[in-house]
Design a protein around this ligand. Structure first.
Ligand SMILES: Cc1cc2nc3c(=O)[nH]c(=O)nc-3n(C[C@H](O)[C@H](O)[C@H](O)COP(=O)(O)OP(=O)(O)OC[C@H]3O[C@@H](n4cnc5c(N)ncnc54)[C@H](O)[C@@H]3O)c2cc1C
Length: 195
């Protein structure tokens, strides 16, 4: 996988089949219903064999799934959690070229349509783990840059809803094939019910 920069589909399927992609997702949504300690143990065990796979599983479980679990609406959970637990990789899209540790300085914008029925999200994200394989993207954007961190919100955007592309950058052996994509967004339009 490191040589070809492509995650083996059999391994991805194995992760889902063994419940490793929904460790903390409640059973009602198709997850295992376990806690954070269990997630840490699974990630640690995977890392003994392949740190790249482990990093992808870590991001998926601890930041993607848990962001939805703790802060997502019931509607979003019902729609996305079963997919994340059993089928689809997720990506957590916060960092940008000029916004790493200082995440509040992000420049990706979310603009409401004139009638308020949808948002257009525009920007560039970098270093986004799992982007190459993900079907669900949690994208952080500001609805008003003048509000600073208070304007930042998170949009849950299924891949099928957005116009986007990713660009692979250099090899990073610590993060592995799934984690070394630079993801360049173009414009997403999403309905409030899915944001
Ligand atoms: C393998 C890998 C996977 C990643 N996956 C994702 C992902 O899935 N999603 C995502 O959104 N991002 C991801 N990132 C990006 C990651 O979150 C950023 O790299 C991180 O936030 C640091 O930002 P930066 O690289 O721009 O470094 P900088 O913010 O430029 O920091 C550079 C150095 O300066 C130090 N520093 C920064 N600010 C201060 C300060 N105020 N005081 C003192 N020291 C400071 C830092 O500690 C660091 O040593 C990933 C990165 C890597 C390497």
């Amino acid at each position: 996988m490191d040589r070809t920069s492509v995650m083996n589909q059999g391994i991805i399927q194995g992760l889902f089949d063994n419940g490793l992609m929904g460790i903390e997702i409640p059973e009602e949504y198709g997850g295992v219903g376990a806690g954070f300690t269990t997630a840490c143990l699974c990630i640690e065990e995977l890392a003994k064999i392949d740190p790249s796979v482990s990093a992808g599983v870590d991001v998926h479980n601890t930041v993607v799934n848990n962001t939805l679990k703790f802060w997502g609406s019931d509607e979003l959970k019902e729609e996305l959690m079963p997919r994340l637990a059993t089928q689809h990789f997720g990506s957590f899209c916060l960092s940008e070229a000029g916004s790493g540790s200082d995440a509040f300085s992000l420049q990706t914008k979310a603009t409401a349509s004139p009638d308020g029925s949808y948002y257009t999200v525009t920007g560039n994200k970098m270093w986004i783990s799992n982007a190459e394989h993900a079907e669900i993207f949690l994208v952080f954007a500001s609805i008003d840059l003048s509000l600073g961190y208070k304007g930042i919100t998170c949009f849950a955007i299924p891949k099928e809803l957005g116009a986007w592309k990713w660009v692979r950058t250099r090899t990073n052996s610590a993060s592995g094939p799934a984690a070394r994509a630079l993801w360049l967004s173009t414009t997403w339009r999403c309905l409030p019910s899915t944001c």
